[in-house]
Write a protein that binds this ligand. Structure first.
Ligand code: NAP
Length: 301
């Protein structure tokens, strides 16, 4: 059994990004600049955004954190997004989700210019991903793909079972792994809460990607010997072992599942660290203008 070390791979990716940023500095080119909009004071969102801002500093990016009150109207938020769309200093930006209930996430996502949508959530970028065109891949699926690549895991012809169909993880990773490329060429089965007899699918899977958010849901009897298991789930569970009183748990019952696997990601330290590294990679790409400027006639037509 091999443990996929997302911490190590993400450090390596960040190191490569920071070398490129230094080169850009030396050549007098623009330093990548990521902006993040945080609406309200949700604890989880605060932590995620703080980690993103910290990661920007680590690789030498500029970053701007825009905090807006929970009470902000949808219209005011859209105006702020429009400002960022038109601010040439900002290469890419994200709006941290979830948003307060009175704001439509879909409207917000669609108001971000696709060329600045470094989260890869805009319908244009989702469509480009599905068509295998250059685009910003959503950060978590991008991170998973990088891990498979880094560990040279064979995907062609493999049966991959993705559990969870969210727009940010399950659906995009199922599209990516079905594409005619590496990693890809999988035969993908996408499971969700309405799937009947999940075990029937998982026990036949060569690769399992679990993104459901239910701690320790995937047990050893659901896994085929030698399977690759990618655990995307992150749930806070209470714990007497830590000072904070909680720890992070994945979807997979790691201790019993790991011995059956050829490769497995731990939680924490697997997919999690890759998500931020992928966002940085997208922001670097946005600063290089390599996706949209070359194709701008196609995009804006
Ligand atoms: P989500 O939007 O809540 O989606 C969960 C998915 O799981 C849904 O498609 C749901 O099916 C499916 N599901 C729920 N119970 C199921 C069951 N018993 N059997 C089969 N499928 C079931 O979640 P998400 O945003 O994709 O996140 C999933 C997990 O990944 C969470 O723990 C989240 O914290 C974590 N996450 C981690 C990272 C990272 O960086 N590592 C990034 C993003 C998310 P229905 O569609 O039918 O409801």
């Amino acid at each position: 059994m091999n443990i996929i070390d997302g911490k190590k791979v993400s450090s390596f990716l960040k190191e490569k990004i920071s070398i490129e940023v230094n080169q850009r500095k030396n050549e007098g080119k623009k330093i990548p600049h990521l902006a993040a909009i945080l609406v309200g004071n949700d604890g989880g969102s605060e932590t995620y955004v703080a980690a993103k801002v910290k990661a920007c500093a680590e690789v030498g990016f500029d970053s701007t954190l825009i905090r807006l009150p929970e009470s902000i109207s949808e219209k005011e938020l859209l105006l702020k997004i429009n400002e960022l769309n038109n601010n040439a200093e900002i290469d890419g930006f994200i709006v941290q989700l979830p948003l307060p209930k009175h704001i439509s996430e879909q409207k917000v996502i669609e108001s971000i210019l696709p060329e600045k949508d470094v989260d890869g959530f805009h319908p244009t970028n989702v469509g480009r991903m599905a068509l295998n065109l250059p685009t910003y891949l959503p950060a978590t699926p991008f991170g998973i793909v990088k891990l498979l690549e880094e560990y040279k895991i064979e995907t062609s012809g493999k049966h991959c079972v993705v559990i969870g169909r969210s727009h940010i993880v399950g659906s995009p990773i199922s599209i990516l792994l079905a594409r005619a490329s590496y990693p890809g060429n999988c035969t993908v089965t996408l499971c969700h809460s309405k799937t009947k007899d999940l075990k029937e699918f998982t026990t036949k899977a060569d690769i399992i990607i679990s993104a459901i958010g239910k701690p320790h849901f995937i047990t050893a009897d659901m896994i085929k010997q030698g399977a690759v298991v990618i655990d995307v789930g992150i749930t806070r569970v209470s714990s007497t072992e830590t000072k904070s009183g909680f720890k992070l748990a994945g979807d997979v019952k790691y201790d019993e599942v790991a011995p059956k696997c050829s490769f497995i990601t731990p939680v924490p330290g697997g997919v999690g660290p890759m998500t931020i590294a992928s966002l940085l990679q997208n922001t670097l790409l946005a600063a290089k203008e390599s996706i949209y400027k070359k194709n701008s006639k196609v995009i804006c037509a």
